[in-house]
Design a protein around this ligand. Structure first.
Ligand SMILES: *[C@@H]1O[C@H](CO)[C@@H](O)[C@H](O)[C@H]1NC(C)=O
Ligand SMILES: *[C@@H]1O[C@H](CO)[C@@H](O)[C@H](O)[C@H]1NC(C)=O
Length: 391
């Protein structure tokens, strides 16, 4: 009997499977801490904490794992930047909130010399990119380190009348940043001056008028003949294309980009309605996933497109579709192991977890869904804005 219960022990322990933490921002003025419990297909998503923080319109979180911090940007005007303590698996706590340029939608941490770190924020509403020396230390008054303003000299408020930086993205060697600018039809490029942490503008990647580049990612493949080949993938919100660029590094100088391919990554290479737009792109090894807002293909719910990714960085032109489990999949995130993808659906305000095949990169099925925060009223700018795994 004793022997039997000893033998049972590992089995019993393995059913106490791990819980993983996710964080989500919501335009209702809160940041949510969630927990995914269980494993395989048998998982459940729970809300652990809700914290009113990060200004009126929390839009994006960047994790600073070394310091156990989240940096939260705020899309409202005037804007704010908030640091949240998440150390030791404890509850989230607001640490510092400072005034920032308006309309922050995305951020990234980049390194300088002597262990210095900086945070760059894309300000869609503020037509700028700001940078910050982090952590703040015990400064009396925290101000941006730099604010790069972009002026198009166009009258009006339409997205394409103004510069609209939508993202800031760090290249895999941490030598430069790119920023898709939806309003200017450019992907802006900045070489990082390592000594000072300042950003020096390079020649941007120019797009046709009306393309509206929105979001991207870098993939550095080590498995090819040319070791460390880097490819940049960018999706457009207005033209709805996915374009890829081969990146050439030039020591200490601005990188150059060569277009490899551009196509609408949707069956038939055409989106089904004029309302439909591409939103976010994420990838891990075998596949690349793009969220499509307002195609309504699954009984009114929207789609995620999956494209096969070869080890040399080339992508299949024909994608497969799966339901995002809600409406307006604004943001996507893949977990560390690569066996789940989390979707933040803005209009239905739910976080959905889809199972992902580790060998093929295919999205298999929805395994969990949870309504988080306030659902938007028709026409209201509300709902979930971002999602992040913290493992
Ligand atoms: C950038 O724009 C902001 C807001 O309009 C302004 O306060 C700031 O002085 C500008 N900075 C530069 C360097 O032009
Ligand atoms: C659409 O999403 C909602 C959650 O927002 C869910 O209850 C419903 O089952 C989904 N329907 C389909 C067909 O995916």
């Amino acid at each position: 009997m004793a022997l039997r219960s000893l033998l049972m022990l590992p089995l019993a322990l393995s059913t106490f499977s791990m819980a993983v933490t996710l964080y989500a921002t919501h335009y209702d003025g809160n940041v949510y801490k969630l927990s995914l419990e269980g494993e395989g297909d048998d998982v459940s998503l729970k809300q652990i904490q809700v914290l009113q923080t990060c200004g009126k319109a929390p839009s994006w979180l960047t994790v600073d794992p070394e310091r156990g911090l989240l940096w939260c940007s705020d899309e409202s005007s005037p804007g704010t930047l908030t640091s949240l303590e998440i150390g030791n698996e404890g509850a989230m706590k607001e640490l510092v909130r400072v005034a920032a340029p308006s309309g922050g939608v995305n951020s990234i941490i980049y390194p300088g010399q002597n262990n210095k770190n900086y945070l760059a924020i894309a300000h869609y509403g503020g037509t700028s990119i700001s940078t910050w020396e982090i952590p703040f230390g015990d400064k009396q008054e925290v101000r941006p380190y730099e604010v790069l303003n972009f002026t198009l000299h166009n009258p009006g408020d339409a997205p394409q009348d103004q510069s609209r930086p939508h993202q800031v993205l760090l290249d895999p060697t941490t030598s430069f940043l790119v920023s898709p600018d939806l309003g200017a039809d450019l992907v802006r490029v900045f070489l990082i001056d390592k000594e000072t942490g300042k950003l020096n503008a390079c020649d941007p990647i120019a797009y046709q008028e009306g393309s509206g580049p929105r979001f991207g990612l870098f993939i550095r493949s080590a498995e090819t003949m040319q070791e460390g080949k880097t490819t940049l993938y960018i999706v457009e919100e207005l033209g709805n294309r996915l374009c890829s660029f081969d990146v050439s590094y030039r020591d200490g100088l601005c990188p150059t980009f060569k277009e490899l391919s551009c196509f609408i990554p949707y069956p038939g290479h055409k989106l089904p309605t004029n309302l439909a737009t591409l939103s976010e792109i994420q990838a891990d090894k075998q596949s690349l996933h793009i969220s499509v807002r307002k195609d309504g293909l699954f009984d009114g719910n929207d789609s995620l497109v999956t494209l096969k990714l070869a080890s040399d960085g080339t992508i299949s032109r024909e994608g497969s579709l799966i339901s995002s489990g809600g409406v307006m999949p604004r943001a996507l995130a893949i977990n560390k192991k690569g066996d789940y993808i989390a979707v933040a659906n803005q209009e239905t305000s739910n976080v959905v977890i889809l199972k992902r095949n580790l060998n093929t990169g295919e999205l298999l099925k929805e395994v969990a869904s949870l309504q988080v925060g306030r659902m938007p009223e028709p026409g209201q700018w509300m709902g979930l804005s971002s999602i992040l795994w913290h493992e």
